[in-house]
Design a protein around this ligand. Structure first.
Ligand SMILES: [Zn+2]
Length: 122
């Protein structure tokens, strides 16, 4: 499962940071089940002296045509379309258009992938 291998990779990163307070940033546009990933990571870290908090990163786009910046939350999408984007993030260019010029030529500036950051060292 994707979530479990990601949780193991995150654990390796967390251990290499040698820090007891960690923030895990999870992009809004993500192929993983976030709750499943959180639980998998917390069980990987079980018994270790690490305090993990999770934060969602809102997906942000920039239009390649008119340079307008907009957020995923501003786009009016059906549950079905959101579901499709969740399973295949590349399909976002089919469903999302720039609210200003209606182009689907935009780049995803923020809100993809998982990032780990430490708060303080031991
Ligand atoms: Zn535009």
């Amino acid at each position: 499962m994707h979530e479990f291998s990601l949780a193991r990779a995150a654990k390796e990163t967390i251990l290499s940071l040698n820090c007891n307070r960690i923030i895990v940033y999870i992009g809004q546009i993500q192929q993983i089940d976030i709750d499943l990933f959180k639980n998998a990571l917390l069980s990987e870290l079980n018994g270790m002296d690490v305090n993990v908090s999770f934060q969602e990163v809102k997906a942000k786009f920039k239009c390649n045509v008119c340079a307008n910046e907009f957020y995923y939350d501003e786009i009016d999408l059906s549950e079905e379309e959101k579901e499709d984007i969740h399973f295949l993030p590349e399909s976002i260019h089919i469903f999302v258009k720039c609210p200003k010029c209606f182009s689907n030529d935009f780049k995803i500036v923020e809100g993809r992938g998982v990032f780990i950051e430490k708060c303080e060292t031991k």
